[in-house]
Design a protein around this ligand. Structure first.
Ligand code: NAD
Length: 488
């Protein structure tokens, strides 16, 4: 057994850098490792075991060996272990936050916010674990009873993105463990360290060997294919881009694996003429700038009624101009983007909009020093054909478009293949609720720039995904209903 540890990443912090399989820290079967890079400097900060296809099979074996025992563990015991994981994660919160800043780049306040949010999924699902209820009905004919059991769906493959390295993992591990499933977590290659720190939290909280296995790998496609080809694996829960989601849905089809998909977003933020502009600007700032704009829920398109567009845009531009940019641990409000490609993509979208006639009010140029920095940017008068209104920006850029009436706002907002979340600002609650019903998406923030909550069903319509995470719904994704027809 090896247990490579990284000790100098953040002073005093020891983070495992091996694979976590069957409760043991092990090197990759071929000894390979890959580099993790600090986006603030471009420097390598760790070398993590690079899981192979053979390691993927070992993970399935470990998850299989633990499956019956974990499914038979009492809900109360599962609940207590998850509650302990919440407490340990909270105790280690500052270390995990610093780790996330180093591998993801996000500003420290965003990282602290994510740790608190992520830990809440352990607490919420500790509370849900003892409430997995079945159902008892009478057949309409009166001939018999219908008993509905909710059983663990089985071994689950969890694949997570780099933008929320902790929360996207706990949002899957919490309900899977509560339901009695064993899991294999494949974290994003950019941010494996946070996932490995979580594996330690879970092991220390008393999760039995093999119930949670963590498989960092640069060979994402090959290891996912190997896991999904194994008929013992019954669930795929994926958070990431729509493009990779489509590929995984096709792979999952071979063994008819149940899929929960949290994919890309292109959130509209609609400001009606009767909105309280203080509330709307505050909401727009958080909806745009939480996590530096690298969020599937980030406001991607701001639709503002013509009568308030100038005032809203000026106020937003002033707030965005005040956003400080720098390394995540420096006290800056905005850290670097995750890598050089991300900076290039964001800048291409800004240049395309500007070339089509958009006005750049703030920002609009990448940083010229080391690290992958892009400043807070506001674009006004963005024309409908601009790519930035169709593609996920995943950066700190706010394009503003004007509209004239509610019908036009709904039409523009729904004009996208995505349907994750929308934000609406109005003082008229009935009008806001009418718009919420008309918007084709899974979630609506009404006079709020944040919708994420462990107690609420998170997810999207159209090409933003299938299924829900969080709330009671999130747990049901890891159960299978079994119906027993009974005479008595
Ligand atoms: P990504 O799709 O590139 O990667 C996501 C995960 O899939 C990573 O672990 C990656 O290593 C893995 N992966 C990549 N190619 C794969 C393949 N062929 N087979 C199997 N796995 C593969 O996404 P990303 O760049 O890490 O994250 C950003 C995306 O995630 C954005 O589109 C964002 O909107 C989305 N996201 C969605 C939600 C949501 O809840 N809807 C939340 C966060 C992020």
């Amino acid at each position: 057994m090896t247990q490579a540890m990284l000790e100098d990443l953040v002073e005093g912090l020891r983070v495992p850098t091996d694979l976590f399989v069957g409760g043991r820290w092990v090197a990759a079967e071929d000894g390979g490792r890959f580099a993790v890079v600090d986006p603030a400097t471009g420097e390598e900060i760790a070398h993590v075991a690079n899981g192979t296809v053979e390691d993927a099979r070992r993970c399935v074996d470990a998850a299989d060996a633990a499956a019956a025992g974990w499914a038979a563990t009492s809900p109360r015991r599962r609940s207590e272990i998850l509650r302990r994981a919440f407490e340990l994660m909270t105790e280690r919160g500052e270390q995990i936050a610093e780790l996330m800043v180093r591998e993801n780049g996000k500003a420290l306040p965003d990282a602290r916010g994510e740790v608190a949010y992520a830990a809440e999924f352990f607490r919420w699902y500790a509370e849900e674990a003892v409430r997995v209820s079945g159902d008892l009905r009478t057949a309409p004919s009166g001939a018999n009873r219908i008993v509905v059991l909710r059983q663990p769906i089985g071994i689950s493959l969890l694949i997570t993105p780099w933008n929320f390295p902790a929360a996207m993992a706990t949002r899957k591990i919490g309900p899977a463990l509560a339901a009695g499933c064993t899991v294999i977590l494949k974290p994003a290659s950019e941010t494996p360290l946070t996932a490995l720190a979580l594996a330690e939290v879970l092991a220390d909280a008393g999760v039995p060997d093999g119930v949670v296995n963590v498989l960092p790998s640069r060979r994402s496609g090959a290891v996912a294919q190997a896991v999904l080809a194994d008929p013992r694996v019954r669930k795929l829960s994926f958070t990431g881009s729509t493009e990779v989601g489509r590929t995984l849905l096709q792979l999952a089809a071979d063994q008819v694996v149940s899929c929960s998909m949290e994919l890309g977003g292109n959130a509209p933020l609609v400001v009606l003429e009767d909105a309280d502009l203080d509330v709307a600007v505050d909401g727009a700032m958080v909806a745009k700038m939480r996590n530096g704009g690298e969020a599937c829920t980030a406001a991607n398109r701001m639709y503002v009624h013509r009568s308030v567009a100038t005032e809203f845009t000026e106020r937003l531009a002033r707030r965005m101009a005040d956003v400080t940019t720098g390394p995540g641990l420096s006290g800056a409000a905005l850290g670097p983007l995750v890598n050089a490609d991300a900076v290039q993509k964001v800048h291409e979208l800004v240049e395309d909009a500007a070339a089509r006639g958009a006005r750049v009010l703030v920002g609009g140029r990448p940083g010229d020093g080391q690290g992958f920095f892009y400043p807070a940017t506001v674009l006004a008068d963005v024309p409908t054909g601009a790519r930035i209104l169709q593609e996920e920006i995943f950066g700190p850029v706010a394009p503003v478009v004007t509209f004239d009436d509610d019908d036009e706002a709904v039409r523009l907002a729904n004009d996208t293949e995505y349907g994750l979340v929308a934000y609406v600002f109005t003082r008229d609650l009935a009008r806001g609720l009418r718009l919420a019903e008309a918007l084709d998406c899974g979630m609506v923030g009404l006079n709020r720039g944040v919708v994420s909550d462990p107690a609420a069903p998170f997810g999207g319509t159209k090409q933003s995904g299938i299924g829900r995470e969080g709330g009671h719904e999130g747990l049901l994704e890891y159960t299978e209903s079994k119906y027993v027809a009974v005479d008595w």
